[in-house]
Design a protein around this ligand. Structure first.
Ligand SMILES: [Ca+2]
Ligand SMILES: [Ca+2]
Length: 141
């Protein structure tokens, strides 16, 4: 049993290193717990302490570019100014991505919403990793 656990943790560590390299170079995995259940499945949990610096920097640039008057909110006028046409603007604010970011649904992007979006992406990537590992474990069982 001990050997099995060690083998698994090495595999997980390798998979993590690979995924981190691919997606989030500087994501900080604050804690990672693994426990082998009686079935041999591994339960892993991750917590990101900090957002990827590169991801945040990129969103900062996009946000500052959109927020023309620098008040921390990208409002309808600012979005409209960036859109090529009224049609494109309508398409944008009705897109799934926009709705996903615009949590309070006021059709404006608050700085806090963009930060939350950044966190959601990080969590989603880690969640995918978690799911992939769980599936791999299930196949082996
Ligand atoms: Ca603004
Ligand atoms: Ca909003």
């Amino acid at each position: 049993m001990r050997r099995e656990c060690q083998y698994d943790s090495e595999r997980v560590a390798k998979a993590l290193a690979k995924l981190r390299e691919k997606y989030l170079n500087d994501v900080e995995v604050e804690g990672m717990r693994m426990s082998a259940l009686r079935s041999g499945h591994l339960v892993t949990s991750f917590r990101t302490a900090r957002l990827s610096g590169a991801l945040k920097e990129m969103l900062d640039k996009v946000f500052n570019d959109l927020d023309a008057n620098g008040d921390g909110v990208v409002d309808k006028d600012e979005l409209r100014a960036k859109a090529e046409s009224e049609e494109e603007y309508t398409k944008l604010i009705n897109s799934d991505l926009f709705k996903f970011i615009d949590e309070d649904g006021d059709q404006r992007l608050q700085r806090t919403e963009v930060d939350a979006f950044c966190t959601k992406i990080s969590v989603r990537i880690l969640g995918d990793m978690d799911n992939a590992m769980t599936r791999a474990q299930a196949r082996r069982a």
